[in-house]
Design a binder for this molecule. Structure first.
Ligand code: PLP
Length: 467
């Protein structure tokens, strides 16, 4: 297919409000032309100008099965021809939806009972917040409504999910966060630990801080705690040793529900099917999206644990119907896409691939990057990883934000044919390639990334930066 790139670019510039884009620079052309992505196969995408890129971030950590999987396209098409839409209100269903839900309840960690569907990770987290409130209202604990999330946690951009997100620039000028949300410390050992503090000691301190926060707010006012098993957009940071054990003890002590936001970690990214399994987390509620359909169709789910669901069901005689839902909750095409995607995830053991190829990836990253003078930390688990850049490894001094070192390295990688994401908080290069990535492809990714880092390292030295 050949498209008129000039006309498309002009229409786009005139009419699309792009997320996370400097709008004036885009409108004026300073950011250059919009990148028109046309096709994808495996771990590669192609733009409309013929340039091929390795997608080292699987879109936005979602295209886990890789691009261009006919099997999923066919499942979507089949369902669209058969029945493109019907709702799931008032006990209506489709075969694909019922099968998907049965499958999710069985495969999810913890004691899960039911699945509620949305279209995005944000709306699923919005639903989780409402479930925390609903559950506590129905238990007669009308004040137990606050939800605690973590600094640098990312849970989406809608009003509630955006409030739970713990990064200031997602709140600024948007009147967020809402007062029902409180934030606690990020479990980032590299940046947060005291000199000589072990990971276990640091985890215990973070758990103690959470305990103190709940005590200060009043345990009767705190209903939920939301967290990603592995911190994602806030810096791709696996939890320090002992973190989840210590945190769960505090939550149990105060009868606070645990919402595991598995939007990134769900379906294999850590090397286990769910991040909760990887870190021995027993969630009450689980949020999934991205990998559920590998991005082939917008679909998310709030998976509801038995503890919460039983309270809701038991109250139904008294309060009536569960009054929450979207026109597209349980969309049959989304369900068909998810079933086809999960068939691939299971058949090709993509969690296993993430574990084994991921171990190779992590080892290679450490080998190639850890000794570079501008690399402060290399970290990750499975097929998600980050390299953090500093000017001085001993004092952990960061670059001046104006130098945009992370963004420049990401741009240099892109010019060399690799998408690796400049994470929004600090100078961090993030990787989350599709879970079908092979060892040979890992070698390609690492080779390009290393060249990109060296290009920018040389540039900043020439610009007079002391390293
Ligand atoms: N939760 C986590 C952990 C995420 O990483 C994201 C998106 O990156 C979301 C929620 C929000 O998902 P969405 O962008 O589909 O609304």
């Amino acid at each position: 297919m050949s498209i008129d790139t000039k006309a498309i670019a002009a229409m786009d510039r005139n009419s699309v409000l792009h997320p996370f884009t400097q709008l004036k620079d885009f409108a004026s052309g300073k950011l250059g032309e919009p990148t028109i992505i046309e096709t994808g196969k495996g771990i590669r995408i192609q733009d409309a100008y013929g340039k091929e890129l390795i997608d080292g971030f699987a879109g936005l950590y979602c295209v886990n099965i890789g691009y261009g999987r006919d099997e999923v396209a066919e499942a979507i098409s089949r369902q669209a021809y058969r029945l493109a839409y019907y709702h799931s209100y008032a006990a209506h269903t489709t075969d694909e939806l019922a099968m998907l839900s049965d499958r999710l309840v069985k495969m999810a960690p913890g004691q899960m009972s039911k699945v509620f569907y949305g279209m995005s990770g944000s709306d699923a987290n919005e639903t989780q917040a409402k479930l925390v409130w609903y559950y506590n209202n129905l238990r007669g604990k009308a004040n137990k409504k606050r939800i605690i999330s973590r600094d640098r946690g990312y849970h989406g951009c809608t009003v509630m999910a955006g409030s739970m997100t713990g990064m200031k620039f997602y709140h600024d000028h948007m009147d967020l966060p809402l007062p029902q949300i409180a934030h606690t410390g990020v479990p980032h050992h590299y940046w947060g630990s005291y000199d000589g503090e072990t990971e276990r000691e640091f985890s215990a301190r973070r758990a103690k801080e959470l305990d103190q926060l709940i005590e200060e707010l009043g345990p009767d006012t705190v209903g939920g705690f939301i967290a990603e098993p592995v911190l994602g957009t806030g810096g791709i940071t696996p939890p320090p040793e002992g973190y989840w054990e210590a945190i769960q003890t505090v939550l149990k002590k105060h009868d606070v529900l645990l919402i595991a936001d598995e939007v990134i970690t769900g379906f294999g990214r850590t090397g286990s099917m769910f991040g909760c399994q990887h870190y021995d987390i027993e969630p009450d509620l689980i949020t999934v999206a991205k990998g559920l359909t590998s991005g082939y169709f917008p679909l998310s789910a709030a998976i509801v644990g038995k503890k919460v669901y039983d309270v809701i069901e038991n109250a139904a005689d008294r309060i009536g119907a569960f009054s929450h839902g979207f026109t597209y909750s349980g969309h049959p095409i989304g369900a068909a896409a998810a079933n086809a995607v999960l068939d691939i995830v299971e058949r090709e053991d993509l969690a296993g691939n993430s574990r084994t190829v991921g171990a190779y990836f992590q080892a290679q990253l450490k080998e190639k990057f850890a000794q570079l003078p501008i690399v402060g930390e290399v970290r990750g688990v499975g097929l998600m990883a980050a390299v953090e850049f500093v000017t001085d490894r001993a004092s952990k001094s960061g670059f001046d934000a104006q130098m945009k070192v992370g963004a420049r390295i990401s741009k240099a990688a892109r010019d060399l044919g690799l998408i690796a994401r400049a994470m929004p908080h600090g100078d961090i290069l993030g990787f989350a390639p599709p879970l079908v990535t092979t060892r040979e492809e890992v070698d390609e990714i690492i080779d390009i990334a290393e060249r990109a880092v060296r290009v920018v390292m040389d540039q900043v030295i020439q610009e007079g930066q002391k390293i």
